[in-house]
Design a protein around this ligand. Structure first.
Ligand code: ADP
Ligand code: MG
Length: 680
């Protein structure tokens, strides 16, 4: 029969039309379909009697139409179906808007279940637009009903019926990737039961079992996959890098490196001298000086006759790295160049040719570095900055440009230990847990909107002293259009009414990269006093003269995000300030924001954030780029993760090639290549 790669259109009961609709949700194969998990569930198990309805509550009743439904045409575009239904305890008036076909499908004398919000006084209960189905069908009522993420053109019913068809089609062929003994040892239900109950739970207990099983499976496969990546790497041999006079590099620096920077550099250099490809994460709070670690590694690589590449997530960051590093490294004989998307085609061609000819030693750029045309001569080291912006796969794509180059990933997101283990399970980790000396902590305060006049006065004073200011507005809604408006209007208002004598500019996500860069460059060059923005400034641009970060509606931001924002100031010799503004009265929210005034430790803040909001928000759902994690909630399922990791390691210990479970091996291969393809 079917296998999971079967196109959904060949599944009984689906067909071309529905397949087209499903494709809008990227549901193409049988696997896609049955893995389209509900977002939540509605408990419609209980069916009440009409007399027991409570106004304002949603409930199901089983009742019979007392007479044929009446249809009235209220006005153009508005039809009303009205009927009275009865059970042995009372009557209920039901109305439907624009569903006139119901007129013929609701027959007096037959029983239907109506599910909706009850209204009206005891003897005149009403329900508008309830969900209705014949008694006994139990598709939309009388059970726990799945609520799926939907899109226009795919209704709830179409989706749940399609899933039903999908489950029926693969009832007998679902491969169980979990070996029996693992399933038994960890008390996990069978695969068929799991899929059935995650979609159509027989009870909430059954749902829990299903979810646990599927989450375990994901974490298990994920762990196996990461271990495999690591294994594969460990069997690769590369020519070890030889010793280099690093003192020459250190002497060229305008400052002494911190002990933590030195330790990280030592660890990375050790990797590169080991004869195995380095795969290291360098984690350090904003401002901890990660760039110098990258520079030291690049120097080491180049002095070993290999090229080095540094990839940054935005053009302005790439340029900033280039402008900071080239003057430092060029005098030491390292030929540097900048490659971004914005150069002319001719420039890019020339750069490419120079790279391929080995006339460039250290190339700094954006994802332009991994595009097809770019070739390297002897790429020995790949550094990616602000890794959380790139997927696992982009990392891989750049590494693919060389023959097992060393890779160093730099991240400013302080990640709690447990999460780092999953996210970077295939990496070794170095932590820069120390800031350069002489940094003054950013003074952080938390106030309500009534402080605006005082804040404006304060800003005016600091600008008068020569400083610059960031004002961040949160995303006001789901739509970027509205965000743009919020930012541009606020900037215009500030310019007009508050700071007519100052230079106010704005930047938001809807602007073209070039425009954004121009605004940021002007700000970095001191041509702007006040920059109003959405969080596009979050990514590490260095403007030492910026001394104030004002965050409006601070309650809308996660703590880690606020921490990143605050990291934009306090980078120079000036005392800097962070002002969080919120009128939110919620106790929990206020407590959360207070955390910011009490600690500057990114790791503490990240842990607090994770505890309060869960990992979905922490990483931005679906943005984590981790292959195959749909049910498992990294962070919340920490205990389950430990179990799954234990099981994976035990399996690998007795069967490193996974010969005993080909289904798992196959799935891992699929997941990990899918992840890589997704970005290329
Ligand atoms: P991040 O870790 O956020 O990428 P950067 O590498 O941008 O930090 O460094 C932040 C600032 O600190 C830069 O201006 C950099 O020149 C400076 N810096 C880095 N290391 C040191 C040090 N050891 N002593 C003094 N300043 C340093
Ligand atoms: Mg940085």
């Amino acid at each position: 029969m079917a296998d999971l790669k079967t196109d959904v259109r060949y599944i009984k009961g689906i067909g071309e039309q529905r397949a087209k609709a499903l494709a809008k949700l990227d549901i193409r194969t049988l696997r896609d379909l049955i893995s389209w998990f509900p977002r939540r569930y509605e408990d419609r198990t209980e069916v009440r009697r009409i007399a027991d309805l409570i106004p304002g509550e949603t409930a199901c009743v089983c009742a019979m139409p007392a007479s044929a439904p009446a249809v009235s045409h209220i006005r153009r575009g508005l039809d009303l179906v009205k009927l009275r239904v009865v059970d042995e305890t009372g009557t209920l008036d039901v109305t439907f808007f624009n569903q006139s076909w119901l007129k013929n499908s609701l027959r007096p004398g037959e029983s239907y279940v109506f599910c909706g919000r009850a209204e009206g006084p005891p003897l005149r209960r009403r329900m508008a637009n309830p969900i209705v189905e014949p008694e006994g069908r139990r598709e939309s009522t009388g059970r726990i009903v799945p609520v799926y993420p939907l899109t226009a053109g795919v209704s709830r019913l179409v989706l749940s019926r399609s899933v039903r068809q999908g489950l029926d089609a693969c009832a007998d062929i679902l491969p169980d990737v979990l070996p029996d003994e693992v399933r038994r040892e960890h008390q996990l239900c069978r695969i068929g039961y799991a899929y059935e109950n995650i979609h159509f739970p027989a009870s909430f207990e059954a749902l829990d079992l299903a979810r646990r099983r599927l989450a375990f499976e994901e974490l298990f496969l994920f762990t196996l996959g990461l271990r495999r990546l690591r294994q594969r790497r460990e069997t690769v041999e590369v020519e070890p890098f030889g010793p280099v006079d690093m003192e020459a590099f250190y002497r060229a620096l305008p400052f002494t490196l911190t002990e933590a920077q030195r330790r990280c550099i030592g660890e990375a250099l050790g990797d590169m001298a080991s004869g195995r490809p380095m795969n290291r994460l360098c984690q350090g709070d904003v401002g901890s000086g990660k760039t110098m670690v990258a520079a030291a590694c690049a120097y080491f690589s180049v002095k070993n006759g290999r090229q080095a590449a540094l990839m940054a997530p935005t053009e302005i960051l790439a340029r900033q790295h280039y402008e900071g590093l080239a003057p430092l490294l060029e005098p030491l004989g390292v030929r540097c160049a900048l490659l971004t998307g914005s150069g002319t085609a001719k420039e890019k061609r020339e750069l490419s040719a120079a790279l391929a000819a080995g006339e460039i030693d250290f190339i700094i750029g954006t994802h332009a570095l991994i595009t097809g045309g770019v070739e390297y001569r002897r790429l020995g080291l790949v550094v990616t900055d602000e890794q959380h912006r790139f997927g696992v796969a982009q990392r891989a794509a750049l590494a693919g440009k060389g023959d097992h180059p060393h890779t160093l990933v730099m991240s400013a997101t302080p990640i709690p230990r447990t999460l780092a283990l999953i996210l970077y399970g295939d990496l070794d980790v170095s932590v820069i847990d120390q800031l350069p000396p002489g940094r003054q902590p950013v003074q952080t305060s938390f106030v309500d909107g009534s402080y605006h006049p005082r804040i404006y006065k304060f800003l005016r004073r600091l600008v008068g002293e020569g400083r610059q200011v960031y004002i961040v507005c949160p995303a006001v809604s789901e739509s970027e259009e509205d965000d743009r408006k919020a930012v541009t209007e606020y900037a215009a208002q500030l310019q007009r009414e508050v700071f007519p004598e100052l230079r106010v500019a704005y930047v938001h996500g809807k602007m073209k990269p070039k425009e954004k860069d121009a605004v940021m460059t002007a700000f970095a060059g001191g041509e702007t006093d006040i920059l109003v923005s959405t969080t596009v400034i979050e990514v590490g641009v260095d403007v030492p003269n910026a001394a104030v970060m004002v965050v409006e509606n601070a309650e809308r931001f996660g703590l880690s995000q606020l921490h990143q924002l605050r990291g934009r100031v306090g980078r120079g010799k000036w005392q800097s300030y962070c002002v969080l503004i919120s009128d939110n009265r919620n106790e929990e929210t206020r407590r959360r924001l207070k955390v910011m005034t009490k600690t500057a430790d990114g790791f503490k803040i990240a842990e607090e954030d994770l505890r309060l909001r869960g990992p979905g928000d922490f990483f931005g759902r679906r943005q984590h780029g981790l292959p195959g994690l749909r049910v498992a909630d990294i962070g919340c399922d920490a205990q389950l993760l430990r179990e799954a990791q234990g099981a994976a390691d035990a399996l690998l210990a007795r069967d490193p090639e996974l010969k005993s479970c080909p289904a798992a091996a196959e799935r891992i291969a699929e997941l990990f290549t899918e992840a890589e393809l997704a970005f290329s």
